[in-house]
Design a binder for this molecule. Structure first.
Ligand SMILES: Cc1cc2nc3c(=O)[nH]c(=O)nc-3n(C[C@H](O)[C@H](O)[C@H](O)COP(=O)(O)OP(=O)(O)OC[C@H]3O[C@@H](n4cnc5c(N)ncnc54)[C@H](O)[C@@H]3O)c2cc1C
Length: 475
């Protein structure tokens, strides 16, 4: 059973197009990457707040805490470089949603959804205002997101999504097949829903810009500084020793934004690392561009369980990612998983969605790890006697919501009770994944059931059982 219809010639076009693609992240391989920052290689550094992870969560935490309390001494540590995690290798879709979409928010937190939507709008405005305030040029623009239907049952999903938007007063436009095709010329589109509130960004330049903004406020960032453990800071000190491979830091409070990497053993129960693959094409010629239309530069996604997301860059390349979501038993994270057959599958799908582009080549192929929870939204909590707070598990939708997640982690780390910390979404943990080997088997079963639903429109017993207990699998 094939869930995705391949166009004639797509397989051969995919092989040719991938022949010279560099196995590297497009965004972080572009010129303009800042020089490497010094590792933490001393043991006598003391600070008010240590932030672990220089992805969006860590960087937003650094900026927001310094804007509120300029006198705090803040140090950020990353095992690699700024933006080397998911933050510098994603699709760059900036969704205002804090709940992995309206549908998930309404399903999980019906009583809180209006407040969550209000917070989402304020966060999105704060996101844009920060970029302006610090002059961060990350190609942010607001073309909206068009979710297209590729099958009869996706037609129904798109219509339901539209109705939900209307019910909650969220702007959206339902497009017929002709209207969708008038925007972007794919023979596979059957209609779609346009959400005008979604932006696009160059994620690596966003990460670099946030890091520079944090440094302009007095934050110190150490790269290549892997945190390997925590110790009590000593009797009466109330502080934490953060140990890295080459040094250590005495911090009053710690914020952890380490995404899919399980720095705390307790988060392993709730967050699993799932690989998501991405391709980038060479810039399109004007003939290629006119063959596909897409003048509105909308972010695009299809409405299946296993979905593709794709977008134009400002220099007219196409980024194309998603579909496969690969979990490697028993939750391994390894650069070797970043290349593989998933890229071939993606390329075949690309030339089926746009058969008129056969002959176009891919210049970059890469993957990143998504920190997946069973409810698709981050989880928050405290450890080390309340001195450390974490925000992890954005499940593939964190470019915008990490700013808010960082804010929640700061509230928790600094012991502030706020409207955010009172939310059920913040107070309650997601349903944990079962331990291995059941976890790996469960993920495989779920993926195959989701693929079957994509092919047939039939949601089987297994998925319906998971729906009942409020568990899902997404990326
Ligand atoms: C391929 C891909 C496509 C995506 N597309 C989108 C999209 O289009 N839109 C969207 O909203 N979201 C998308 N996402 C998700 C989004 O990128 C993430 O939700 C977001 O970047 C999470 O940021 P973070 O800072 O929490 O985690 P990360 O960016 O992963 O940062 C965690 C950091 O912690 C560091 N770290 C880990 N362990 C240690 C340690 N022991 N010591 C020190 N440092 C450590 C890592 O090196 C890393 O830099 C995508 C993700 C992937 C992988």
């Amino acid at each position: 059973m094939r869930a995705f219809p391949l166009a004639p010639g797509a397989a051969a076009a995919a092989r040719r197009a991938l022949a010279d693609a560099e196995p590297a992240v497009f965004w972080t391989s572009q010129p303009g990457r800042p020089p490497v920052r010094e590792p933490l290689n001393r043991v006598d550094r003391v600070c008010d707040l240590a932030i672990i992870g220089a992805g969006f969560t860590g960087l937003w935490a650094a900026i927001q805490v310094k804007e509120d309390n300029p006198s705090l001494d803040v140090v950020v540590l990353d095992q690699a470089r700024v933006g080397d995690g998911a933050s510098g290798r994603n699709g760059g879709f900036v969704s205002p949603s804090l709940t992995h979409g309206l549908h998930q928010g309404v399903a999980m937190w019906p009583e809180e959804i209006d407040l969550l939507q209000e917070m989402a709008a304020a966060n999105f405005a704060g996101f844009q205002a920060t970029l302006e305030r610090y002059g961060i040029n990350a190609d942010f623009h607001l073309p909206g997101e068009l979710t297209v239907s590729l099958s009869e049952h996706q037609d129904a999903a798109v219509r339901e999504a539209y109705e939900l938007h209307v019910e909650h007063g969220v702007p959206a436009e339902l497009l017929t097949q002709e209207q969708a095709y008038a925007r972007v010329r794919s023979p596979l589109y059957r209609g779609g829903i346009l959400d005008p509130g979604v932006g696009l960004v160059d994620p690596a330049r966003l990460a670099y810009g946030l890091a520079e903004a944090a440094e302009s406020l007095g934050v110190t960032i150490h790269e290549h500084s892997k945190v390997v453990g925590f110790d009590d800071g000593g009797r009466g000190s109330g502080a934490v020793v953060v140990r890295t491979e080459q040094g250590s830091l005495l911090a009053n409070r710690v914020v952890l934004g380490t995404g899919a990497w399980p720095v705390l053993s307790r988060t392993r129960l709730y967050v699993i690392p799932v690989y998501d693959h991405v391709l980038m094409t060479e810039p399109l010629t004007s003939e290629q561009l006119s063959s596909i239309g897409w003048e509105g530069r909308e972010g695009l996604a299809d409405a299946g369980n296993q979905f593709h997301y794709y977008r134009r860059t400002l220099d007219d390349r196409i980024l194309f990612g998603g579909y496969d979501a690969n979990y490697h038993f028993p939750g391994r994270i390894d650069p070797r998983f970043e290349q593989g057959e998933s890229h071939t599958l993606l390329a075949e799908h690309f030339f089926s969605i746009f058969p008129q582009l056969q002959g176009l080549r891919f210049t970059h192929r890469w993957a990143g790890v998504i920190d997946t929870t069973s409810r698709f939204t981050p989880m928050f909590g405290k450890a080390l006697g309340g001195k450390l707070a974490y925000a992890v598990g954005y499940t593939g939708l964190g470019v915008g919501s990490t700013r808010w997640g960082a804010r929640v982690a700061l509230d928790l780390a600094l012991g502030q009770e706020t409207e955010r910390t009172r939310l059920t979404m913040v107070r309650r943990k997601p349903i944990p994944f079962p331990p291995e080997p059941v976890r790996g088997i469960g993920v495989r079963l779920t993926r195959s059931a989701l693929a079957k639903e994509d092919a047939t429109g039939h949601r089987n017993l297994w998925l319906r059982a998971l729906d009942k207990i409020g568990i899902g699998f997404d990326s």
